[in-house]
Design a protein around this ligand. Structure first.
Ligand SMILES: Cc1cc2nc3c(=O)[nH]c(=O)nc-3n(C[C@H](O)[C@H](O)[C@H](O)COP(=O)(O)OP(=O)(O)OC[C@H]3O[C@@H](n4cnc5c(N)ncnc54)[C@H](O)[C@@H]3O)c2cc1C
Length: 482
């Protein structure tokens, strides 16, 4: 019997597992996909928001500011790509400047450090490639960028190294109550736990309804589409550039990424299907036309990928972090829209307080592992590179030419705690395939290395989700067919 089972391993489930694994508890994490960080966590703006946006007094306001500081610490300890680059909200007219002063006041109440309102000259001195039409901006030095999936993977890996059990390909499709505990069914597989944390993102309402007497919230999906541009555009701005927020969200932003690219988006469109991550010409046109208002010189011909992510909004205006009214010890972490990525570690702390209130005994482990080592070959000095190749020649073979990722790093990724079994899962861990050619060259090499390291037939190595076969069989069997 597990003390706590967490359903869903996006950034919220992973942060909860990481923070819980500090204690002497038996923890299970159940994830329906074949990898962690495969839902909303892998498709968002990747911004660690400063915290002036949420209305003062909300959980979002409190958890955003705390989460912002926690991510800086966690990223340092767990070697997650992170840059505290700061952010600007641009004003183009008098109405915008009113919004900017409102955000400034909110930020002060929420406890955002160092924010100030800049005039047009000060703003353009900071960011010369912005539109000359701007009238002023709100500057937040604690705004930052992070690799969202690497943050999730790092926390999940660390939880696993601290004893948490991970069950991938495990969709919870039925829940039974057994006196004071729960029995979670994933097809034929059964996991029993005294307490359950529902971190199922877009499906958190369905998961809650598996156990509750009546629905307590509803998830209303809203899609956001993006352009990811080549590194040639990555230095166009040095900070996260927002426009003034509207009722539907923080609007279209232009931002560098931690991997050196430029990200532009998102829009906000309601969707019928939670898993609809398609992009549309009209959505992308809207993103492009809105973004050039902030940064007129973006060259969209340098786009290397379009993608979409789906927000798990609920009908409530705040995050839902509470015990179910009809299921004792069943904690919902739901409706975690933006700034959910930023708030994740702080949400985990709130969740642990709720679990403690339901009787979970928290005894801190003495041997908690809170660091992670990771080789990034390209960031080493020539001497360090030579020494590493001397020890392990696999670091001397570059597999991904766009990103300079070596075979050594790919093998390290494959043997990391939560074993990646697909080409995209390797990409999420060490960036092979993230560059301009988007894996066109290195994809087959990564597939071969995965097959070799995991002892799998080549045809069984998938691109990403279940069923995404790359090879379906041999075409040449060594002889000419008569
Ligand atoms: C367009 C967009 C832009 C955003 N930008 C930002 C930003 O810049 N900064 C920020 O702070 N936040 C941002 N967010 C919000 C942030 O991405 C989310 O709050 C966060 O990723 C939510 O994480 P999660 O773990 O709740 O959900 P997910 O990452 O979706 O994880 C839920 C997991 O549950 C699994 N699951 C579902 N059902 C089951 C089941 N029955 N059994 C087992 N597993 C199940 C899923 O497979 C999934 O892996 C943005 C969101 C979007 C969509």
């Amino acid at each position: 019997m597990y003390d706590v089972a967490i359903i869903g391993c996006g950034v919220i489930g992973a942060a909860t597992a990481y923070e819980l694994s500090r204690y002497d508890l038996k923890i299970a994490v159940l994830e329906k996909e074949n990898d962690v960080a495969d839902g909303t966590t892998k498709a968002n703006s990747a911004i660690v928001h400063a915290g002036y946006d949420p209305e003062p007094g909300t959980a979002m306001a409190r958890l955003n500011v705390l989460g912002n500081a926690m991510i800086e610490e966690i990223a340092k300890k767990l070697k997650v790509p992170y840059q505290k680059c700061g952010s600007l909200v641009l004003g183009f007219n008098e109405d915008d400047l009113h919004v900017i002063y409102r955000l400034y006041r909110q930020g002060m109440v929420n406890g955002v450090p160092g924010i100030r309102v800049l005039n047009a000259r000060e703003t353009l001195e900071m960011e010369p490639n912005l539109s000359k039409e701007i009238k002023g901006a709100l500057y937040a030095p604690s705004g930052a960028i992070v690799s969202p999936w690497e943050l999730c993977i790092a926390m999940a890996d660390t939880a696993k190294r601290n004893g948490a059990d991970f069950f991938l390909n495990s969709k919870v499709d039925r829940i039974e109550r057994t006196g004071t505990a729960y029995r979670l069914f994933c097809g034929d597989q059964v996991v029993e736990a005294a307490r359950v944390v529902n971190a199922a993102g877009l499906h958190s309402d369905d998961v809650h309804n598996l156990v509750a007497e009546k629905p307590e919230f509803r998830i209303i999906p809203s899609k956001g589409q993006y352009y990811l541009l080549d590194k040639s555009q990555g230095n166009l701005v040095s900070k996260v550039i927002f426009q003034c927020p509207s009722k539907v969200g923080k609007g279209v932003l232009v931002s560098p990424t931690v991997h050196g690219n430029l990200i532009v988006g998102p829009d906000a469109v309601g969707v019928e299907n939670d898993d609809d991550v398609s992009t549309t010409q009209s959505g992308l046109d809207f993103v492009r036309e809105t973004a050039v208002r902030s940064v007129p010189g973006i060259n969209f011909r340098e786009s290397i990928r379009n993608f979409a992510g789906v927000r798990a909004q609920s009908e409530r205006s705040d995050f839902i972090i509470e015990e179910s009214k009809s299921a004792r010890g069943f904690i919902n972490l739901a409706g975690i829209k933006s700034p959910g990525l930023t708030s994740a570690p702080a949400i985990a702390l709130d969740c642990i307080k709720l679990l403690e209130r339901t009787g979970v005994f928290l005894k801190e482990k003495e041997d908690f592992i809170d660091e992670r080592r990771k080789v990034s070959f390209k960031s080493l000095s020539p001497e360090e590179k030579a020494a590493l190749i001397e020890k392990n020649p696999l670091y001397g073979r570059v597999i991904c030419r766009c990103e300079t990722i070596t075979e050594g790093e790919i093998v390290d990724a494959i043997h990391s705690p939560i074993t990646p079994r697909t080409v995209d899962a390797v990409k999420k861990r060490c960036n092979a395939g993230m560059g301009r050619c988007q894996g066109g060259f290195c994809g087959p090499r990564v597939q071969e290395i995965l097959a070799r390291e995991l002892g799998l037939p080549l045809e069984e190595v998938l691109l990403n989700k279940k069923g995404t076969y790359i090879l379906t069989g041999e075409t040449k069997k060594g002889g000419v067919q008569q």
